[in-house]
Structures are given as structure tokens and as C-alpha cells.
Design a protein. Structure first.
Ligand code: SAH
Length: 223
């Protein structure tokens, strides 16, 4: 057994996470599995939950926000069907973990975070880890990123009351969008744009922190 909290220990934990939580539950896309084997999740969580970095659940990242359960990250990534040349938009950078998984799979990722300290920390973390293909923005991601649109894939990692209209507009023809919709009971909705028509279908029940629309949070408690 490797020494607890050594890099070898975390590496071993990560491979077990992929085998037991992700592949065992039916994620089959080899590229997604490889990305999940690669990204060091323990570098995305606060020290006080470091030992739980590869556990089967979400974890707190401060500012009342969470890093999603590994299986959900893999599920959302697989369903997006990311191809190497896709332009991908993420709304809700959070820790930057999902963003790193996306950046393993495609050439260009755009990620927006509303809570400024999380945006700063994630940008720093991903740069330190060597990711050079991610563009970061601090702001309200429900408005999308019009200057960088259209996007082949859009992923929202906070729960919305409805699919924000700007995101539908900024989705490319043939593109896919995945977003949790609902308040207490949420459904992960998959949206597709074909011949200019946007249609959604339900996938699985999920639980995400809410998408906050129309304001830019700078400090805890500031509305
Ligand atoms: N993808 C993240 C998990 C994010 S939790 C990860 O891998 O760690 C959801 C995040 O969405 C939180 O950080 C929250 O601050 C952010 N958020 C909520 N509403 C938002 C909005 N309108 N625009 C951008 N980010 C938002």
C-alpha cells in the first residue's frame, strides 16, 4: 500500500475511482475514461477534504459551492460527445475540475464563473497544472460568451430554472448542450440543435447548486 497522501497514493485512488465508480456504472467512452484517469482531482479540493478527493460524491470548495461527484462529471462529459476540434463552453468553473476534464478532450474550452475568488483560484490552478487551452471569464455565464460563440458543446454545472436563451442562441448547428433543470428535484436535460431547432430530452435525476442569474457575486453575502 502506498503512503497516505503521497502522489502514488492519490494515483492509486484515482484509478480505483475510475474502475469502481465510473467504468463499473456504465461509462464506456475510452477518451472520457482516460481523461478521468489523468486529471488529479486531489489538486482541486480544499485541504480539509483532501483525503476524500476520490470519494464517490460532491465535496465543498468554499463559497457554498461544490465540486461535482466524479460519476456525474464523467456522465455529462460522455453525453456531450466531445470531439477534438470542438469549441466548448462551461458555465460554472467552480474548482476547475470539470473544465480540466473537458480540456483533456478538445482544443479550446471557455469557462465562466460568477464567484470571483473561485474564478481566480481555478484560473491559477489550471495554469499551474499546465492547461493552456482554457479561456476564463468572471461573470454571469447564463448570458454565455457571445464574442466566442458559436459553441459546439455547452455544459452548465449549476441548476437552472430553465435553459437560458442566450445559451441556446450561442449553440452551433448540430451542437449539444447539457444543463441540470429544476429546483429541489432536478433533471439533467440534454439539448440538441438540428436545422436551427432546439429540442431537449431528459436524462437522469441530479442535484446541483443553483445557477445564479443576473448578478455578479464578489464577496460572500453580497447580493
Ligand atoms: N464545474 C465545477 C462545479 C461547479 S459548482 C467543478 O468542476 O468544480 C457550480 C458553480 O457555478 C459554482 O462555482 C457557482 O459559483 C457557479 N455559478 C452559479 N451561477 C453562475 C452563473 N450565473 N454564472 C457563472 N457561474 C455560476
Amino acid at each position: 500500500m502506498n503512503e497516505p497522501q503521497s502522489e502514488a497514493f492519490f494515483e492509486e485512488q484515482r484509478q480505483l475511482m475510475v474502475d469502481e465508480q465510473i467504468a463499473a456504472r456504465g461509462i464506456r467512452d475510452e477518451r472520457v475514461l482516460a481523461a478521468m484517469r489523468q486529471v488529479p482531482r486531489h489538486r482541486f479540493v480544499p485541504d480539509f477534504v483532501l483525503e476524500q478527493a476520490y470519494d464517490d460524491g460532491p465535496l465543498p470548495i468554499g463559497w457554498d459551492q461544490t465540486i461535482s461527484q466524479p460519476y456525474i462529471v464523467a456522465y455529462m462529459t460522455e453525453i456531450l460527445n466531445i470531439r477534438a476540434g470542438d469549441r466548448v463552453l462551461e458555465v460554472g468553473t467552480g474548482s476547475g475540475y470539470q473544465c480540466a476534464v473537458l480540456a483533456e478532450l478538445t482544443a479550446e474550452v471557455f469557462s465562466i464563473e460568477m464567484v470571483e475568488p473561485l474564478y481566480i483560484a481555478a484560473r491559477e490552478r489550471l495554469r499551474t497544472l499546465g492547461y493552456r487551452n482554457i479561456h476564463f471569464r468572471h461573470g454571469d455565464g447564463s448570458r454565455g460568451w457571445p464574442e466566442a460563440a458559436p459553441f459546439d458543446k455547452i455544459i452548465v454545472t449549476a441548476a437552472a430554472g430553465h435553459v437560458p436563451a442566450p445559451l441556446i442562441e450561442q449553440l452551433a448547428e448540430g451542437g449539444r448542450l447539457i444543463v441540470p433543470v429544476g429546483q429541489f428535484s432536478q433533471t439533467l436535460m440534454l439539448g440538441e440543435k438540428q436545422h436551427g431547432i432546439f429540442q431537449t430530452s431528459e436524462t437522469i435525476p441530479v442535484r446541483f447548486v443553483p445557477l445564479v442569474e443576473g448578478k455578479e457575486k464578489k464577496q460572500r453575502g453580497q447580493d
